[in-house]
Design a protein around this ligand. Structure first.
Ligand SMILES: CC(=O)SCCNC(=O)CCNC(=O)[C@H](O)C(C)(C)COP(=O)(O)OP(=O)(O)OC[C@H]1O[C@@H](n2cnc3c(N)ncnc32)[C@H](O)[C@@H]1OP(=O)(O)O
Length: 409
């Protein structure tokens, strides 16, 4: 099996090979009946696994995204995608060979983080990825969704307007871009995605209603994208499903939630993507009107340069920790002294006794602040060398708010 880089000339073969691995046909649209997500695949970052007879039997690619780190800096990352191996050639090491080549290519470009959404949770840990952000489905019963009298919620001085997604792509692109720069864990959506209508609603051509929020000066600062399901003839209600609420602050989120919850002929509103510990349920008079569904892992993170990654993110508590990090897939091992003062970290190699010993995939899990180190210590994934180590690590890795990513790729 040979691994080779793809070019734009390979697009048709790439799409066909990738689809056959997933058991799909290239004409298949996304679940929401929307866009051909693969149209935005960057084939100058693609790989083929080629069988001995010269036919491509495996694919992998990477998008060039930016990821917003805790503290607010956005850094270039590889968004690994379109990974598949034909059913005829599975379990012969094609994926392993592509992952090895891809990580080396990513490093060569100077990117120190790689991220992905995993189709199955058992595939990527062996390659150094760990689940790092989570997302929840929140279902709110509309007739029980009165808002409580809130002591300190900011008054909304803006306005809302109802639009169709086809008519406001440029506004959505701009608002999303402002939002993702301020949200740790969020990914950029390159202009090409909007141009090609690639991905899921509201980027895709699937019809969507948009509630657009504008601030007091008329500048758009948030939106909710939604569609209604089929009307139940007996109860005369249907489900309103919100693809995403993109809001520059909590007041805007609340204004958008109030609007969708005020929709008539609706039994319930399903918010598909709400960050962990989101305050919306706490704003309702009846906290049980909102039910949080299972927490899904979303973004998986892989560090390719441990000291650089630790220095580049922002920090919210001072402290010191020695981390002994094992990277079995790349055959690397390092012991680092992480020192944080006034929001900035220094990270240097050390031979001091470690506080924590961990795998690079578990460092990926705690890196953005979405998974607490103590959880992984209790799980037995991270080894704490003394009782205080997990407490210090929890304090140190804590972020201003939970990281959240809702970009699907
Ligand atoms: C970011 C994304 O694009 S997510 C999409 C991933 N793709 C898919 O889900 C499409 C369907 N699946 C596939 O195409 C293939 O089964 C792949 C890509 C998941 C795996 O490709 P393969 O070439 O078979 O993997 P490879 O032979 O390198 O396997 C390496 C190891 O991972 C294990 N492994 C690979 N896939 C799986 C899986 N789905 N479940 C459990 N173990 C797996 C193998 O058993 C092997 O373990 P070992 O080293 O202990 O023997």
């Amino acid at each position: 099996m040979e691994i080779r880089a793809t070019t734009e000339q390979d697009r048709e073969a790439f799409i066909a090979t990738m689809h056959s691995a997933f058991g799909l046909f290239p004409g298949t649209t996304t679940a929401d009946g929307g866009g051909a997500w693969w149209s935005a695949v960057e084939l100058d970052r693609g790989l083929f696994a080629v069988a001995d007879d010269g036919r491509p039997v495996g694919t992998a690619a990477a998008y060039s995204f930016e990821l917003t780190l805790p503290g607010g800096d956005a850094v270039p990352v590889a968004g690994v995608t379109a990974v598949g191996v034909a059913p005829t050639h599975r379990r012969q090491g094609a994926l392993t060979a592509m992952m090895r080549r891809q990580l080396s290519d990513i490093r060569e470009r100077g990117e120190f983080l790689s991220v992905l959404l995993a189709s199955e949770a058992v595939i990527y840990r062996r390659f150094g990825y760990g689940p790092a952000t989570y997302t929840n489905k929140l279902t709110v019963q509309r007739h029980r969704a009165d808002f409580a009298a809130l002591r300190a919620a900011g008054a909304d001085t803006g306005s809302v307007e109802l639009l169709r997604s086809d008519d406001c792509q440029e506004i959505l692109e701009e608002v999303y871009d402002r939002y993702r720069r301020a949200q740790p864990g969020a990914l950029s959506r390159p202009h090409r995605w909007w141009e090609l209508r690639a991905g899921q609603a509201p980027i895709s051509p699937a019809p969507r209603h948009i509630v657009l929020h504008r601030d007091a000066d008329g500048v758009p600062d948030g939106y909710a994208s939604y569609a209604l399901g089929e009307l139940d003839r007996v109860n005369k209600t249907s489900t309103l499903t919100v693809d995403e609420v993109i809001a520059l602050d909590d007041t805007v989120f609340t204004a958008l939630a109030r609007t969708v919850l005020g929709h008539d002929l609706i039994g319930q509103v399903v918010f598909k993507h709400v960050p962990a510990r989101h305050p919306l349920r706490w704003q309702l008079a009846d906290i049980r009107a909102g039910e949080t569904g299972a927490e899904d892992d979303w973004l998986w993170v892989r560090l390719l340069d441990v000291p650089r990654a630790l220095v580049e993110r922002g920090w919210f508590a001072d402290g010191e920790l020695v981390l002994d990090v094992d990277d079995a897939f790349l055959g690397e091992h390092g012991r680092y002294l992480l020192t944080v003062r006034d929001g900035k970290a220094e990270c240097v190699e050390t031979d001091r006794e470690p506080d924590l010993s961990l795998d690079v995939s578990d460092l990926g899990s705690i890196y953005l602040g979405g998974t607490t180190p103590s959880t992984l210590v209790r799980a037995g994934r991270i080894q704490a060398h003394h009782p205080r180590a997990a407490v210090v690590a929890d304090d140190l890795f804590r972020t201003e708010r939970p990281p959240h990513c809702l970009h699907w790729f």
